[in-house]
Design a protein around this ligand. Structure first.
Ligand SMILES: Nc1nc2c(ncn2[C@@H]2O[C@H](COP(=O)(O)OP(=O)(O)OP(=O)(O)O)[C@@H](O)[C@H]2O)c(=O)[nH]1
Ligand SMILES: [Mg+2]
Length: 298
């Protein structure tokens, strides 16, 4: 069988639904999703092998105005991803002005010569579909997209059309990953991300942006004849008062976060999980190279 492959970058500003789309395309949750902007911090690869064709999707952090070293790192991930693929998917929301970040992304398509599709996501939120025409017209003035596709990832509307379009970019090549691969992320990283997702979902204001999660221990053992994984995680935050809020009154908030995370981890790892979470303060870690690297951003 002659195999084909296509590398596809998923880009856009924060919170437009890039990771949701990745999960939808791959058919499994490989990237965390929250309603907070800047949820994704690094490149996440999702793989879909459909008969002879393998699609390698690269979910990226939302491009934004950098305020910390971590932001610089995140934005760099986006630019490097665009340079490396066969086609880019630019996600945007149906209404509102084109942002500077979006203009920058269009420029990167022009500079690299990479073709792009414009995906107008969240059309389920529109009362009338015509509302998105202004946005589409404005984007079309900036760049000649190979296709413009209105979609709703939430309702899986239009996603099949995206796949049909993407088939055009697949070129004869060996598959880069084994055919049953879903993601390049190790289990440990996914576990930390699941905990961070629950943390983000429960926290507000500036706390989510200043948190990171590491897995200090992940070890399987047998307990009364049953397999169980002991998982120890550390949640880092930037201030003492943030630590107080994450832990909550009498530890109630941390318990809520840890319980939500444990349930999803058990589902994901298909084994009973004993999860312990600690909270530590590392002031201004987002600007400190050593910590950024320790937390896996390099
Ligand atoms: N109504 C609606 N909401 C959506 C749709 N797709 C995604 N969302 C929501 O939009 C929010 C952001 O989704 P993400 O997938 O995390 O967005 P992202 O672009 O990866 O965000 P960053 O990683 O922060 O750049 C979440 O609350 C999603 O549930 C959609 O089609 N319709
Ligand atoms: Mg994301």
């Amino acid at each position: 069988m002659q195999t084909k492959s296509a590398f596809v970058a998923i880009v856009g500003r924060p919170n437009v639904g890039k990771s949701s789309l990745l999960n939808c395309l791959v058919g499994e949750k490989v990237a965390i999703v929250t309603d907070k902007p800047q949820t994704t911090r690094t490149r996440i690869t999702g793989v879909l092998t459909d008969k002879e064709t393998q699609y390698v999707f690269i979910d990226t952090p939302g491009l934004h105005k950098p305020k910390t070293r971590l932001s610089d790192y995140m934005n760099r991930q986006v630019n490097e991803s665009v340079a490396d693929v066969d086609v880019a998917l630019l996600l945007t929301e149906p209404v509102g002005e084109i942002t500077n970040a979006e203009k920058e992304l269009v420029k990167s398509f022009q500079n690299t010569g990479i073709p792009a599709l414009l995906l107008v996501n969240k059309i389920d939120l529109l009362e009338q579909k015509e509302e998105m025409l202004t946005k589409i017209a404005a984007f079309s003035q900036l760049f000649q997209f190979d296709a413009v596709i209105p979609i709703s990832v939430l309702q899986r509307d239009g996603v099949d059309i995206v796949m049909q379009e993407l088939a055009r970019y697949a070129e004869e090549a060996p598959h880069f990953f084994p055919d049953d691969t879903l993601t390049d992320q190790p289990e440990r990283v996914i576990a930390a991300e699941i905990i961070r997702e629950k943390l983000l979902l429960h926290m507000r204001d500036e706390i989510p942006h200043g948190t990171a999660v590491t897995i200090e221990r992940m070890k399987e053992r047998t307990d009364s004849g049953k397999e169980i994984i002991d998982l120890e995680a550390v949640i880092y935050c930037e201030r003492d008062n943030h630590k107080g809020m994450i832990i909550g009154k009498g530890g109630a908030m941390l318990k809520k976060i840890a319980t939500d995370a444990r349930l999803e981890l058990e589902d994901f790892l298909e084994i009973k999980v004993n999860l312990q979470c600690w909270v530590k303060v590392k002031e201004d870690w987002r600007n400190r190279e050593g910590y950024i690297r320790n937390f896996g951003f390099q």
